[in-house]
Design a protein. Structure first.
Length: 727
């Protein structure tokens, strides 16, 4: 069993690591908690209930609730963002005079220190309350979080300053703050106050948290927009039980089998099949393809796509959580809640980082006070600076923000990733195995040529007869004749033998059309015929008229895609259950040298394993149930959106509209996302490696430390947002 929980109260990577650790301690539970989405995906045994899991989270000091609606609720995140904004504005307004009076001796006046204190108290305690509250919750449960560092730094600064003001004679005229370091403070005596440092810590951190909050919401815009763009209502003309009606109902009330009407300029409310009408449908939201798709009777349509002209009558085939739009939302949300190995490493480091920093700050204070012999305020300032500068907020945001933006950008191209591991595997591929039908080809038969072996116009005869059938081969022949404006022969008394062929009267002659077996059974003389392709033959008992040669249609973007893959050092390999002749016909046209034909599902799996055993990193692209085992075994699995749900469930990546031309885009964005993650982690780790020693040795003061720490988080988020325009 699995469930998605909304987690409230998390403010840093240590928080999410704590919740995840507590959940995973429960027998049989596997949990992944994501700070950026504020969600937990939990797999648990049937003996546990939702309430049990919520209780574990609440015991850890955080809130939890079951996510019932797939549509993201932005009200909580918006409220938190607004609250942070208010606190930041108040803090910034009050901090300006605090910092100015503390830094510019010419502006100081008798009693200025008490004005600074009066202004600093609401900044430290009201504006900084989110940090103190989180630290208190963690302390109550015996843990420390990143907010613990902030809270300790602010409280230590204010506590010392209040003590110095009341008992130490601090606040003398001419007092200034040094932003360059600590050592030059000793000449002024030891009764210094650090209210300006506390104000700067709170103000800059609130700014960073507010920007991070906004950025996390922006990074998730793709999901919110995706799930909010469906049509709100549907005009139903026939209910699923056959009742004729004429009413507009909420799209959520549609049932499978309902028939509804969609006019030009309206969105299709749910997935369905066209039963009447024709139109060009704009599916760019779902597929990323700007060219409208022509649909007519019998064609499938996707909910949330736009009818650009004409009108359609559509029978609903999937509703609610089963629609393509809802599945896209789930895949995108799943991709954003899971964690890549790089992020799991970052979370493990964050969980031990805070206690380590507290020990370093304590050691700094003791060594400066007892070994170096610094005054207590200098020793305290060094310890405070260590606490503030080391807050690893950037570490907690390095991976999730990049994944949020990267997966959101991919969804805009009609590509959905089911897990972030896909991004890490995408950059190391050197082979890609592709199914033929439905992947390299469209899966739709098209007329290659009509071969006439007599004076009879074979395409005209076949079109006239096959127009009375709904078989896919018949539709392909009729469509080809229509596209060529070819005349249809007038036939009568048409009869169809299911699975074999048809007979009809033409010019007082009984004519047979269909498979060679069907013609042979009806004593039609057969000449030698080609061994490849699909034939629909035609003749009478006295004469063979000819045949139509049909073949699967190669996707127009296949050649360009395979060329790009070869240029990247990725070898394309065809694996198909089709015949050798059919497989090699397509492979030769596309320049694929390694072909495996007539293979069963187990054979596909074995081929993938053999490639991997030779050290190859293999991607598998497929669309059918027979591809699922190979998809699951591949290093990177890609399912075509037109394929089966089973195939898509086995895949790391789903291409919504089955356009393999987006594979290069997917690989490029995946590689860029991974590069951004590595850059973010390198910055987050490198920043702390440099900043902590500087703080220990007194090179930077507490106020400057606050600026540096807040800036590091903003840099990480801004770097991740570069992916919004990735191509």
């Amino acid at each position: 069993m699995n469930i998605d929980l909304k987690i409230t109260g998390m403010t840093c990577a240590s928080c999410s690591a704590r919740v995840e650790k507590k959940l995973n301690k429960v027998d049989g539970v596997t949990a992944v908690v994501n700070l950026a989405t504020e969600r937990a995906h939990v797999e648990f045994p049937p003996q546990l209930t939702d309430a049990d899991l919520i209780a574990v989270v609440e015991k850890a000091g955080y809130g939890a609730s079951v996510i019932e609606d797939e549509t993201p609720d932005t009200s909580d995140s918006q409220a938190r963002s607004d609250d942070l904004r208010r606190r930041f504005i108040v803090s910034a307004i009050l901090s300006v005079p605090i910092i100015a009076l503390s830094m510019v001796p010419a502006w100081q006046f008798a009693g200025w220190q008490w004005l600074v204190t009066a202004l600093g108290i609401p900044v430290a305690f009201w504006a900084g309350w989110p940090f103190h509250r989180s630290a208190f919750v963690g302390a109550r449960h015996g843990t420390s979080t990143m907010n613990t560092l902030v809270s300790l730094g602010v409280l230590a600064s204010m506590g010392w300053s209040l003590w110095a003001l009341i008992f130490g004679g601090a606040g003398h005229l001419g007092y200034t703050m040094s932003m360059s370091g600590l050592l030059n403070l000793e000449s002024h005596g030891h009764t210094h106050i650090y209210i300006e440092s506390a104000a700067m810590i709170v103000t800059f951190l609130l700014l960073g948290r507010w920007l991070e909050s906004r950025s996390r919401r922006r990074a998730g815009d793709a999901l919110r927009l995706l799930l909010s763009t469906g049509a709100p209502s549907a005009h139903v003309v026939e209910r699923s039980d056959g009742t004729v009606t004429d009413q507009t109902i909420p799209a959520a009330d549609l049932a499978v089998g309902d028939i509804f009407v969609v006019h030009a300029g309206q969105k299709i409310p749910t997935d369905g099949v066209v039963v009447a009408g024709s139109s060009a449908v704009d599916a760019s939201l779902i597929t990323g393809e700007s060219t409208p798709i022509d649909v007519a009777d019998g064609d499938s349509v996707i909910g949330a796509t736009l009818v650009t002209n004409g009108s359609l009558r559509v029978r609903a085939t999937r509703i609610g959580a089963d629609t393509t739009l809802a599945q896209m939302g789930r895949l995108l949300e799943q991709a954003q809640v899971e964690k890549a190995p790089l992020q799991r490493l970052a979370d493990r480091i964050a969980s031990v980082f805070v206690p380590g920093v507290i020990l370093i700050a304590l050691a700094t204070f003791i060594v400066r006070l007892t070994v170096i012999g610094n005054p207590i305020d200098i020793a305290l300032a060094s310890a405070i600076t260590v606490l503030v500068v080391a807050c690893p907020c950037a570490l907690g945001l390095a991976t999730p923000t990049a994944l949020l933006v990267g997966s959101g950008r991919l969804s805009q191209h009609g590509v959905l990733i089911s897990g972030p591991e896909a991004l890490e595997n995408a950059h190391s591929l050197d082979a890609i195995a592709l199914d033929k039908t439905g992947t390299l080809t469209t899966g739709d038969l098209a007329l290659v040529e009509a071969v006439q072996t007599s004076d009879v116009d074979v395409l005209s005869i076949l079109a006239g007869i096959e127009s009375h059938s709904h078989h896919p081969l018949a539709r392909a022949i009729v469509r080809a004749a229509q596209e060529q404006d070819h005349p249809f022969a007038t036939v009568s008394d048409v009869r169809e033998e299911a699975g074999r062929g048809l007979s009809a009267r033409w010019n007082d002659t009984t004519v047979y059309a269909g498979s060679l077996t069907w013609l042979s059974q009806n004593n039609v003389p057969l000449p030698g015929l080609p061994a490849s392709g699909t034939l629909v033959a035609c003749g009478s008992t006295t004469e063979f008229y000819g045949y139509a040669l049909l073949s699967d249609t190669i996707r127009p973007e296949a050649r360009e895609t395979l060329t790009w893959l070869r240029d990247q050092g990725i070898e394309p390999i065809m694996i198909t259950g089709d015949t050798e002749a059919s497989a090699h016909a397509v492979a030769d046209e596309l320049g694929i040298s390694q072909v495996h034909a007539n293979v069963l599902p187990a054979d596909k799996l074995a081929i993938v394993h053999r490639l991997q055993q030779t050290g190859r990193k293999v991607a598998m692209v497929g669309d059918g149930i027979n591809d699922t085992a190979a998809l699951a075994a591949a290093d990177l699995s890609i399912a075509m959106g037109s394929g089966t749900d089973v195939a898509q469930a086995s895949a790391d990546v789903t291409i919504v509209q089955s356009r393999i031309g987006v594979i290069p885009t997917m690989l490029r964005i995946g590689q860029k996302t991974l590069r951004i993650i590595k850059e973010n982690l390198a910055w987050a780790f490198g920043y702390n490696v440099i900043a902590i020693p500087l703080a220990m040795f007194g090179v930077i003061a507490p106020g400057l430390a606050a600026i540096a720490m807040a800036s590091s988080s903003v840099i990480v988020v801004a770097n991740s947002l570069r992916l919004r325009n990735a191509q």
